[in-house]
Design a binder for this molecule. Structure first.
Ligand code: G6P
Length: 591
């Protein structure tokens, strides 16, 4: 979702740095972009719709030490150049970029118009620089003006404001993430995510909700938005390497991250055994355990319902984070809410945490991004250690989440060692499976079916959420209409969609539901479907078979990987960029 970048300090290439920073935020998903650089006492502003692409950085080489930039994912106001950020104050001395929503912007706009302010865009954002300008007239102190303006805003947001006269950057957050990069003796970066400035520094400071930060490039002050009290802030080193956040020899992040699963699953499994046992004990004692997530992480939660049932005979409840508040009646101080999130920033998940907190329930987070808001807000965090995931379509984070959840289920069943051995064997088998022949086989299959308009995927047990996940993966990157179903539900509706030649993917395992799903596959075949089996064994009903090695209770982890590769090639064969699916964002920081 919207990406924010800013720099102030001794460097004189702040324009070029901002463009580079934006390119490193592209993965979050956006539809327009913009930049403002202070050249002399003037602001040079450029905005456009569509990809940043090969923008001519010559345009930004004029000496500049203060810049802000933005990638916009439209909420209020269409995708137009005018609506792109930064937005400026009436006197053009203040520029603002923003992530989130100012819910009361219509009211604020009306008041500002009455005071003579004019507006160029349809956005909620544009009221921010105008309101700061009004507040600045009162005190002449830019940081104080931003703080006073923030007290008028309703909703969850992150803003970054630049002021040409005081040469300052001021940022504030009440929801969406903001991170400061500290370049010792040189200056400060402020961005939505670390990759934006990682090339320049490996030291960060996180803004918490309700905090703001002001810097002139020489010093920095964190404070509370409401009270104005200053707050001490720790400097934290970044633990991963820049290469991990880059594509390397791969054409797309998505394929790179699929391939990363050769070792990311093993990293997820290598958790401290004492910690896993403590978590299992907390689940055993909890009066109600809830698994909550969005998108792909939600599919991991759904699969975990089966893991906990089959492996540990323990009941847990799943809810999409966006639906969770409707179940608040069942939360007690003794309940446990397990939130699963790659980014650790998803707005609906953060809201679910608030719902849990209101009822006094404890929160365990299973996240990938260390230092993310969810990591910091939870009572307890388990990191899946997948390394940076930049493609919008989540791949290695999912298998890491599944591995950790299955490990916990084994610990709950007091069979932790057995679970760990199984998962490490699975990780080794994934390493073997992701060989060039396997990838080529899926590319050939993609070539065969890439012009199909519809694709159906069925699964049973933990393969059912994987069928749902398969559908998302295929839809989001290739735009093929894909749908996942619980195999047994076919005859209650979906089978009406099957025509001669309809490709249907059947996810299988060597498990107690194998015969059921094979007979569902027969029902599809009898209506003309082309059956593509994925699983450890070839069965007669399959027209095509992609082998996913035998993995017992970890079969869901194994089966989803060929689908990820297939989705990738379906996108490429259809001429789509799998790293930048239309309308989607990597980190969904608005509700
Ligand atoms: C977005 C992403 C998905 C992701 C979902 C949840 O929709 O495009 O890939 O699964 O958000 O994100 P989270 O970071 O909470 O796992």
């Amino acid at each position: 979702m919207c990406g924010i970048f800013g720099y102030v300090g001794k460097r004189t290439d702040a324009g070029v740095i901002a463009i580079e920073g934006l390119k490193n935020l592209e993965y979050r998903g956006y539809d327009s972009w913009g930049i403002a650089c202070k050249n002399g006492s003037e602001l040079h502003v450029k905005k456009d719709i569509g990809p940043i692409g090969e923008i001519d950085s010559q345009e930004f080489t004029a000496p500049c030490s203060l810049s802000i930039a933005h990638t916009r994912w439209a909420t209020h106001g269409g995708v137009t150049q005018r609506n792109a950020h930064p937005h400026l104050s009436e006197d053009r001395n203040i520029a603002v970029v923003h992530n989130g929503i100012v819910e009361n912007y219509l009211e604020l706009r009306k008041d500002l118009k009455a005071k003579g302010h004019t507006f160029q865009s349809e956005t909620d954002t544009e009221v921010i620089p105008h309101l700061i300008e009004e507040e600045l007239k009162k005190t002449g102190d830019f940081a104080e003006a931003v703080r006073a303006a923030c007290l008028h805003f309703e909703g969850r947001y992150a803003i970054l404001a630049l002021h040409t006269q005081s040469n300052m950057l001021v940022a504030a957050r009440t929801g969406s993430p903001l991170i400061v990069g500290v370049e010792k003796g040189s200056g400060y970066f402020i961005a939505s995510d670390i990759p934006a400035f990682m090339k320049h520094t490996r030291t960060v400071q996180y803004l918490d909700d309700g905090e703001m930060v002001a810097t002139d490039g020489k010093s920095i002050t964190f404070s509370d938005i409401k009270t104005g009290e200053t707050r001490p802030k720790r400097e934290i080193p970044i633990t991963y390497h820049i290469e991990q956040a880059q594509k390397g020899d791969f054409e797309h992040f998505m394929l790179k991250e699929i391939m990363d699963q050769k070792d990311s699953v093993a990293r997820a499994v290598n958790q401290d055994e004492g910690e896993i046992r403590t978590i299992a004990e907390a689940i055993r004692r909890a009066k109600g355990t809830f698994l909550v997530g969005c998108g792909t992480a939600a599919k991991a939660c759904m699969a975990a319902e089966y893991f906990f049932s089959v492996v540990a005979e323990h009941h847990v409840n799943f809810a999409h984070a966006s639906e969770f508040k409707l179940f608040h009646h069942f939360l007690k101080p003794e309940s446990l809410v397990i939130v699963v999130s790659q980014s650790g920033e998803t707005a609906d998940v953060l809201e679910a945490i608030r719902v849990a907190r209101d009822k006094g329930a404890k929160v365990l987070a299973i996240v990938n991004v260390e230092g993310s808001t969810i990591d910091r807000e939870a009572d307890y965090t388990l990191l899946i250690n997948a390394g940076p995931e930049r493609a919008v379509a989540s791949t290695k984070a999912l298998t890491g989440q599944l591995a950790v959840l299955l490990l916990i289920a084994y610990a709950l069943a007091e069979r932790l060692k057995e679970g760990k051995t199984l998962l490490l064997e699975t990780a080794a088998a994934i390493n073997d499976m992701l060989n060039p022949r396997f990838v080529e086989r899926l590319e050939t299959l993609a070539e065969k079916i890439h012009e199909e308009e519809n694709l159906f995927i069925i699964g049973k047990g933990w393969n059912y959420p994987m069928a749902l996940e398969s559908a998302i993966k295929i839809q989001e990157v290739s735009y093929v209409h894909a749908e996942g179903f619980a195999a047994g539900e076919l005859k209650h509706g979906p089978i009406a969609l099957i025509e001669k030649g309809s490709p249907c993917i059947v996810l299988t395992g060597n498990d107690e539901v194998l015969l059921d799903i094979l007979s569902n596959a027969q029902e599809l075949k009898a209506r003309g479907a082309m059956i593509i089996g994925i699983g450890p064994k070839r069965h007669d009903v399959f027209d095509e078979w992609i082998k996913a090695p035998e993995a017992s209770t970890a079969q869901a982890i194994m089966n989803i990987i060929p689908i990820q590769v297939l989705a990738y090639f379906l996108a490429v064969k259809r001429g789509k960029n799998p790293d930048m699916p239309r309308n989607l964002a990597k980190s969904v920081t608005v509700k």
